[in-house]
Design a protein around this ligand. Structure first.
Ligand SMILES: Nc1ncnc2c1ncn2[C@@H]1O[C@H](COP(=O)(O)OP(=O)(O)OP(=O)(O)O)[C@@H](O)[C@H]1O
Length: 872
């Protein structure tokens, strides 16, 4: 059997270590991929697949991407959840010349990606590690490699808690041990996370300092697992990693993953984009760092009253100091991403332009400091005190770097004149070389009196003085060293010319080398300031988010909420922050919400489309904004501090786990019921809608009773089941409210106004009319409705029951049942069993297959309408 060529063997050896990654194998100006990698990459990247002899029995499939445009391809692959191992070639110093050594210099993974087009500057890229301690707890640690932010906590070892934490962070990758349950690994992968294995968890010596303050062994273990992985994949300096902060999930308002989605906190449900979310509305930040922090604050509102009030006071101060705030916004605009710049300094991949950005950002700091201090508020002054302009770096960068350096640090033009004497000399030589040669030529002509003497240059001998044979006798003895003899002339050099020549010829090369070295020195000096830069970045981002809260609060007329110790919730003229912004043609109708320990549950009725969900969401968003420390969209707000928010809103299939809408509904309800406390907020939008009417109604009532008797959480429960409204007579803390609508000229007009008491009617058919269902159908629906309202037995149920019971097929149906169903569908004549028309037979088949009890009323009407048509 033929063996592969040495290079392919080398490839296979390396590939064996990186089986779960695309191996980008450097060959000259290309990164090549072979075998399965090539087949897959050619499809993913739409690049040409070729094949070559490589010593094996078959040709080797192969495809490649050019080195210079590789970043884009890597970006694409990693964005799709793949890993890419970059394998570079170097000449092996220990081996004979020409022997190439190849090694993987970095493994780029979804959670460690730090640049590229697909990485949003206003979003963190978190990677988390999970360690199962086998005692019912998980160690959970996460890092954003680009900013060096590190945090760790302990979680209950339930998949939902773990996934919730990963989802809240938007983590792209989870690092687990090989013993981590395979089914959970699969679940995480199906939910779009890359899962990587790392079994080492002992502490790395190089990170002792980072872990120094961690008393809890579990934190040290989970953080060490993550660090091992980062170290193994990145293979470079990770000096920018910040000391680990410990947090507990209970320090924050717990918003589970479903609620985060249902409330559209950071992305919308349908478009899955930022536009239309609370984050979109709020994002008035001026810096990338501020943008990232805003998202974190939205994901994790606070529950500590003092911390919330501290933010509120700062927001209030900023609102009051309009002019200072405008200055601050302008100043922040000129601050680049200090956090990510600091990260790149650590990695050693900053270029001179990055350092110029760093300098100009730092130059803004004294002004920001002054602006914030001038607001005169204590907390603002404290932040101002923390702002450290790092003057030494600004001075160094100002002295060392030119204003408009190129991106490449190997091209020169980085370092300013006057920064380094040696560099100045070479530059001088390079710039003045030609002038100097011309003047030497003049001097030599004068000295020798030879007018034809000239100084020339050739690639072999360098600079020379050329004298014609006839004039040779005029040259001073011993001064000129002969270099070359031509037919009619001789060429000479002098020690002076030689010295200048070295200076001139090597100047360009020397300049580039020297500039590079000096730049690296500057970069190394900046490296020492990373912790100070990170501290500064934190303070600047906080200021940015606070000014953003102030800007939105002022522009949109928000008020400062007050926190009630007595579990009261009073919102006057509350608005849904996003809907109010989006509505253009129509004014938003503000609504009040009153709740207290005697009024814990509100049962909300009202027509479809009247604004029940919007009202419920606006209450939750008001609470979330308040606990973020922001003002809220209302005329007045007194709020309890909630510990958790649970929601069940709208239809949300969990396609991944293959659960039905109704199952998801029940799972979300269970999650709320199992975890809510008296300090929680629950929003249940039409729970029970996903099943048959009686089941749904029974479940809805049981859920309301359960919350009322056992949990006492503040609960907003919207329903179409009017039958539930009398519950308020029995349940003391349940009140009915409704969203009002009126009928004008037979059409429904929504007032969007919440009123006490239950709704008088449902207007479902009016909404169907608005949706332009056929007139005939609407007319029929009204007929059915009025017959139902008169207490008539639904004609659907008896027939359905008979069929369900499988007591009869069409031939066996007794006459009266058949008569009933045909008359229901508008067949007037009494048919003979034996004389059924083909249409009627078809109709009977259709009826048998109907699952009317599983349908919503509208679906039922639609089906009936279709069947009616069959008869025509
Ligand atoms: N307070 C309001 N002021 C103005 N428009 C509103 C208000 N509340 C809701 N709307 C408008 O009404 C539309 C429907 O609201 P929403 O989805 O909350 O109704 P709903 O009662 O929950 O409907 P359904 O029962 O069909 O789910 C919203 O998209 C919004 O445009």
């Amino acid at each position: 059997m033929a063996t592969y060529t040495p290079m392919i063997q080398q490839y296979l050896r390396i590939k064996a270590e990186y089986q779960d990654a695309f191996l980008f194998f450097r060959l000259g100006d290309f990164y090549e991929m072979f075998f399965d990698d090539a087949l897959k990459a050619s499809q993913e990247l739409e690049i040409t697949l070729t094949s070559r002899e490589g010593g094996g029995e078959d040709k080797i499939p192969m495809c490649g991407v050019p080195y210079h445009s590789a970043a884009n391809y890597i970006d694409t692959l990693v964005e799709r959840g793949y890993k890419v191992a970059i394998c570079e070639q170097t000449e092996d110093p220990k081996q004979a010349k020409g022997v190439v050594r190849r090694e993987v210099v970095q493994l780029i993974t979804p959670g460690t990606k730090m640049d590229g087009k697909t990485l949003d500057e206003k979003e963190n890229n978190f990677i988390a590690s999970v360690t199962d301690f086998g005692d019912g707890s998980f160690g959970f640690a996460y890092t954003d490699l680009s900013t060096g932010e590190n945090k760790a906590t302990i979680l209950n070892s339930s998949f939902s808690d773990l996934y919730n934490e990963l989802a809240i962070l938007g983590a792209k990758e989870a690092v687990v041990s090989s013993g981590f349950p395979a089914s959970w690994q699969k679940d995480l992968k199906e939910r779009g996370l890359a899962v990587s294995l790392e079994d080492s968890e002992e502490e790395l010596i190089s990170f002792t300092e980072l872990l120094a303050d961690l008393n809890e062994k579990k934190h040290r273990i989970s953080m060490s697992r993550l660090l091992h992985y980062l170290f193994r994949t990145q293979k470079r300096n990770l000096d920018h990693l910040q000391p680990v902060t410990i947090y507990e999930t209970k320090q924050f308002l717990k918003i589970d993953f479903y609620s985060k989605r249902n409330l559209e906190l950071t992305e919308t449900i349908r478009a899955k984009g930022k536009k239309g979310s609370l984050l979109w509305l709020m994002d008035e930040t001026k810096t990338a760092m501020g943008g990232r922090l805003l998202k974190q604050w939205i994901d994790r509102p606070l529950i500590d009253k003092n911390q919330i009030e501290r933010r509120q006071e700062l927001v209030e101060t900023m609102i009051q100091h309009f002019f200072e705030r405008q200055d601050l916004r302008e100043q922040l605009k000129n601050v680049y991403d200090l956090e990510r710049l600091a990260g790149r300094v650590a990695f050693g991949n900053v270029n001179a332009r990055d350092l110029i950005q760093l300098k100009s950002s730092l130059q803004q700091v004294p002004a920001i400091k002054q602006t914030v201090a001038s607001m005169g508020q204590e907390q603002a002054r404290k932040i101002s005190d923390i702002l450290d302009p790092c003057g030494e770096i600004t001075d160094l960068l100002e002295q060392a770097l030119q204003d408009n350096p190129p991106i490449s640090i190997k091209e020169g033009n980085l370092i300013r004149d006057g920064y380094n004497e040696e560099l100045d000399r070479y530059r001088d030589a390079s710039r003045n070389g030609k002038t100097w040669i011309a003047s030497l030529e003049r001097q030599e002509r004068e000295r020798t009196g030879i007018k034809s003497l000239k100084i020339g240059y050739n690639r072999i001998f360098g600079y020379y003085i050329e004298v014609s044979r006839a004039n040779l006798h005029l040259l001073e003895e011993g001064r000129y060293e002969r270099k070359q003899t031509l037919t009619n002339a001789e060429r000479f050099v002098t020690p002076e010319l030689k010295e200048k020549e070295t200076l001139i010829l090597q100047a360009e090369e020397k300049i580039a080398d020297l500039e590079y070295d000096l730049f690296i020195q500057v970069r190394e000096t900046v490296k020492e300031y990373i912790p100070r830069l990170q501290k500064l970045a934190k303070a600047v981002s906080e200021l940015d988010v606070l000014q953003c809260f102030a800007a939105v609060s002022e522009e949109r007329h928000y008020v400062k909420p007050v926190f009630s110790e007595e579990r009261k919730l009073i919102i006057k003229d509350g608005r849904h922050p996003v809907v109010e912004k989006v509505l253009r043609t129509q004014e938003y109708v503000p609504n009040d919400c009153y709740m207290n320990p005697e009024r814990e549950l509100l049962l909300i009725t009202g027509p479809n489309m009247s604004g029940k969900s919007t009202f419920m969401r606006q209450v939750a968003l008001t609470a979330i904004l308040a606990q973020m420390g922001c003002f809220v969209p209302a005329a007045e707000a007194v709020l309890p501090i909630f510990d958790k928010v649970f929601t069940r809103i709208g239809a949300a299939d969990d396609l991944i786990s293959g659960q039905s809408t109704f199952m998801v509904e029940m799972l979300e309800a269970r999650n709320a019921i199992a975890n809510a406390t008296a300090n929680s907020l629950i929003l249940f939008d039409e729970i029970g809608r996903g099943t048959s009417t009686y089941d749904g109604m029974a479940l809805a009532q049981a859920i309301i009773e359960y919350i009322h008797d056992n949990i006492r959480a503040k609960t907003l429960f919207s329903t179409h089941y009017h039958e539930l409204t009398p519950l308020s007579d029995q349940l003391t803390s349940l009140e009915n409210v409704h969203v009002s609508a009126v009928e004008q000229n037979g059409k429904v007009v929504f007032l969007h106004k919440i009123k006490e008491g239950s709704a008088d009617k449902s207007y479902g058919i009016h909404v169907a009319q608005l949706a332009e269902l056929p007139d005939e159908l609407i007319k029929r629906a009204n007929e059915i409705l009025s017959s139902l309202e008169k207490g008539a037995d639904t004609p659907i149920i008896p027939i359905k029951k008979e069929i369900d019971n499988k007591q009869a097929d069409a031939a066996n149906l007794n006459e009266s049942a058949l008569e009933a169903q045909l008359s229901f569908f508008g067949v007037q004549e009494k048919p003979q069993k034996t004389e059924l028309t083909s249409k009627e037979k078809k109709l009977i088949e259709q009826i048998k297959s109907l699952e009317i009890l599983e349908m919503t009323p509208l679906e039922a009407i639609n089906s009936l309408y279709k069947l009616q048509k069959l008869l025509k």
